[in-house]
Design a protein around this ligand. Structure first.
Ligand code: GDP
Ligand code: IMO
Ligand code: MG
Length: 441
């Protein structure tokens, strides 16, 4: 069967921790979208791993797949594999031949365009990894796929078409001097060699066939979503979004198994008990003004600094309309709620239960980001819960969670319409309390 892990908010909900928890029961762990913009944390007995491209099942020694929906920077992939090897892991990563390659000019253009957009506040605060420009070229049918790196003739042909266009874009449209990243010969030589390494190490696969055969053999496949529903290119707060589909439908289109395969399995929404946001754009429940001290406190306690960029994350109360939106867009069969421990010991715990927009109450997100920015949250207050020894709570299980925190979890489950499968009370694998294992549903 399959289990699909999806971020239900703005990314960084703690997906890595759950992929690691349930990855123990998986035979294969596959990413279906995004690239090295992701930063997924796994903590095993105090050892912390921050994974960008290598699927988080690597910590459990599981085969990892980067599906066709991913955009792959081979250099960062090789570096990450090397680093993990130095730490004693042996990541076995297969890359879809249909996945697109992040080329050097994509990274440069990412920075150039963000800079150009910043004058009109349209920059998304990207991770600068070249994600958007790579997906643009994929949709524009001028991208380079992993399979193209394996055939020097095809690679050369593709580069000769696309690179001069990119050079002209940088120089003539943005007025920036294009460097080596826009040189056909240099790029060709580097990426031909990368293709050879991928070939030598037998790292490329027909991902759909590979994953499909595992499913057909009755094995367990875990789909590891990156980013989150509200930064999905279709369902998120456009244009402050990433350029792929983190939502569960992406698990089918981004790997090559059918939606029926994904739909027969479990789709688990990962929820952070409050909001964190690393990019730009509106955020109705953001803690600002008088609440800034509280935001600082949560940021420090929750370690809310970007895994990829190190930027301090913006902090807000849980946005429940955002979760209702995510539940519909993904069809959650269960939820995992993380960071309950971070909210412990506060004087007050609030959630944005609904929005007020032009005098009307909304229970879910409006379709435009401008209208979302005009929403006033209707806050609901919960009795706070005390600071406790969370490791002891985790060892004892769900009933040991303070009652007020349980009331918060009950409310959430009820509003979102899905049962709670796990509760995170700390970053370590041992600090996630499992109520249900989705592979045993
Ligand atoms: P991801 O991108 O969704 O995998 O999440 P990140 O790894 O970017 O950010 C989540 C951060 O919170 C990481 O530092 C995790 O180790 C940590 N974390 C995950 N779950 C919990 C939790 O329940 N409590 C606390 N305090 N930290 C957690
Ligand atoms: P994980 O998988 C949080 C945000 C960026 C920016 C927008 C577009 O760790 O949850 P991009 O570089 O993708 O073009 O940036 O999306 N963003 C993330 N925010 N977590 C992530 O990944 C993110 N990946 C991208 O900050 O606002
Ligand atoms: Mg992250």
């Amino acid at each position: 069967m399959t289990v699909t892990i999806v971020g239900s908010q703005l990314g960084d909900e703690g997906k890595g921790a759950l992929v690691d928890l349930w990855g123990g029961d998986a035979d294969v762990v596959a990413r279906y979208q995004g690239g090295d913009n992701a930063g997924h944390t796994v903590v095993e007995d105090g050892d912390e791993y921050k994974l960008s491209l290598v699927p988080s099942g690597a910590v459990r020694d599981k085969v990892g797949v980067l599906g066709n929906g991913c955009v792959v920077n081979p250099n960062t992939l090789f570096d990450e594999i090397d680093e993990l090897r130095e730490r004693g892991l042996d990541p076995d990563v297969r890359v879809a031949r249909r996945a697109h390659v992040i080329m050097p000019y994509h990274r440069v253009l990412d920075g150039i365009e963000e800079e150009a957009k910043s004058d009109s506040d349209l920059d998304a605060g990207t991770t600068g990894r070249g994600i958007g420009p790579t997906y643009e070229d994929k949709a524009g049918r001028r991208g380079i796929r992993v399979g193209d790196l394996l055939d020097a003739e095809v690679l050369r042909e593709r580069l000769e078409y696309v690179v001069p266009q990119k050079r002209a874009l940088a120089e003539d449209v943005f007025g920036v001097e294009a460097g080596e990243a826009f040189d056909v010969d240099a790029v060709f030589e580097e990426y031909k060699a990368i293709g050879e390494r991928l070939q030598e190490e037998s790292m490329t696969v027909n991902a759909g066939e590979f994953l499909g055969s595992h499913v057909d053999n009755g094995e367990n496949v875990l789909f590891e979503g990156a980013q989150g529903t509200s930064i999905d290119i279709d369902h998120g707060i456009y244009p402050y979004v990433t350029s792929s589909n983190p939502t569960a439908g992406g698990a089918a289109t981004g790997t090559g198994v059918g939606p029926t395969v994904v739909g027969r399995g479990e789709v688990v929404g990962i929820v952070k008990a409050y909001l964190s946001r690393v990019g730009t754009g509106p955020l109705p429940t953001e803690l600002t003004g008088d609440d800034e001290d509280l935001a600082d406190y949560i940021r420090e306690k929750g370690g809310e600094f970007g895994t990829v960029t190190g930027r301090p994350r913006r902090i807000g109360w849980l946005d429940v309309p955002m979760l209702r939106h995510a539940a519909r867009a993904n069809g959650f069969t269960g939820l995992a709620v993380n960071h309950i421990d971070v909210l412990a010991g506060l004087d007050e715990v609030k959630v944005g239960h609904s929005y007020d927009l032009d005098g009307e109450e909304l229970l879910t997100m409006p379709a435009t980001t401008e209208r979302w920015g005009e929403c006033e949250p209707n806050l609901r207050e919960f009795e706070p819960w005390p600071e406790v020894d969370w490791s002891a709570v985790a060892a004892e299980g769900y009933d040991a969670i303070p009652e007020n925190a349980q009331a918060y979890l009950d409310y959430l489950s009820e509003e979102v319409g899905a049962p709670i499968y796990a509760v995170g009370v700390g970053p370590d694998r041992a600090q996630t309390i499992e109520l249900e294992n989705p592979f045993q549903q």
